[in-house]
Design a protein around this ligand. Structure first.
Ligand code: S3P
Length: 176
């Protein structure tokens, strides 16, 4: 293994947290989910941060905590928020670091829509959307805008029809 930090990125609902957690376990290194880290550090959940301070504040905190974590010299698997790579020069910054490998978990839009419809209320970016069609349209446009950032990851892994175990194996194969 030539990489001390592994970053998972991709859209909301692509499985970054569940895959990251499992991957870290099999590698015996720590797992950090950036959203959960921000929630602990700020003492509020993501929805509350969006509501009380706004998205711009959230993006600035996201950036700040990402930098703190990437300065940590310990090996880790870090799963980013869906928007983390798409603000400021974050993707460039991530790619400039040594001993770090980034993976884009690429998930089919229909799967994302099905997963996110179930969690709509806790997702500030889509909570206001009224129905399935509106969610699908939003995600389609959003993915199109974000794709150019996600595509800059070192590796791309398609998650469709794959179990968490298979995805962990796929990632480990690319690391070896
Ligand atoms: C966001 C994704 C969320 C969270 C916030 C904004 C986004 O993270 O950071 O709701 O802009 O795509 P997950 O992708 O971990 O759900």
């Amino acid at each position: 293994m030539d990489s001390s930090k592994i970053i998972l990125l991709g859209y909301m609902g692509s499985g970054k947290s569940i895959v990251g957690n499992q991957l870290a376990k099999t590698l015996s290194i720590k797992f950090i989910d950036l959203d959960r880290y921000i929630e602990r550090a700020e003492g509020h959940n993501i929805t509350e941060i969006f509501e009380s301070k706004g998205e711009l504040y959230f993006r600035a905190q996201e950036r700040k905590y990402l930098k703190v974590l990437l300065k940590d010299s310990l090996p880790m698997v870090l799963s980013l928020g869906g928007g983390t790579p798409c603000y400021y020069d974050t993707m460039e910054y991530i790619q400039s670091l040594e001993n770090l490998t980034s993976f884009y978990l690429n998930t089919d839009i229909n799967t994302l829509v099905l997963r996110l419809l179930k969690e709509k209320a806790t997702r500030p970016l889509i909570a206001h959307l009224e129905n399935e069609d509106a969610v699908k349209e939003f995600i389609g446009k959003h993915l199109f805008e974000r794709n150019r950032f996600y595509q800059q990851a070192h590796h791309q892994i398609s998650t469709d029809q794959k179990s968490v175990e298979t995805l962990v194996k796929d990632i480990k194969k690319k690391l070896s």
